[in-house]
Ligand binder design. Structure first.
Ligand SMILES: [Zn+2]
Length: 137
């Protein structure tokens, strides 16, 4: 028996609160939010793809509505999001099958993705610390 949708939504609401306090930056561009910004709780692995991963904190971040939309719907632009590699690395960590599916959208980045297994444990942190994976390029 999995969680009810209402329990999932409550858990996601808690993550949004946690991120607002501990990591109030856009997970895709790394910038602080301005009062006028529309802020979503975004999922790196789409909610429709995995019921279980909906409530995994590492799979969540706060995001500008625009950055969220670019990540979800415009792979050709998503590669310019400053935290794109970190995000893809997290996707790779969480679900290799999903990663294989979506990584095909980024044909030019296959060489970079191929280096993910070489990233040392601890070189990336999603919660409160920005670690750049751009050196992989
Ligand atoms: Zn952003």
């Amino acid at each position: 028996m999995g969680l009810l949708q209402s329990q999932i939504d409550r858990q996601i609401g808690k993550h949004k609160e946690w991120y607002s306090i501990h990591y109030p930056l856009c997970g895709f561009c790394g910038h602080l939010f301005k009062p006028k910004d529309i802020v979503d709780l975004a999922h790196f692995i789409r909610r429709s793809s995995s019921r279980e991963l909906q409530t995994v904190k590492l799979n969540c971040c706060l995001a500008h509505r625009d950055c969220h939309d670019i990540y979800d719907n415009s792979p050709d632009q998503a590669i310019y999001l400053p935290r794109f590699f970190e995000v893809m690395y997290i996707v790779w960590l969480l679900d290799r099958q999903y990663f294989s599916r979506v990584s095909g959208n980024y044909a030019d980045l296959q060489d970079v993705f191929a280096k993910f297994p070489d990233v040392e444990e601890g070189e990336i942190s999603h919660h409160g610390e920005l670690v750049q994976l751009h050196y992989l390029l």
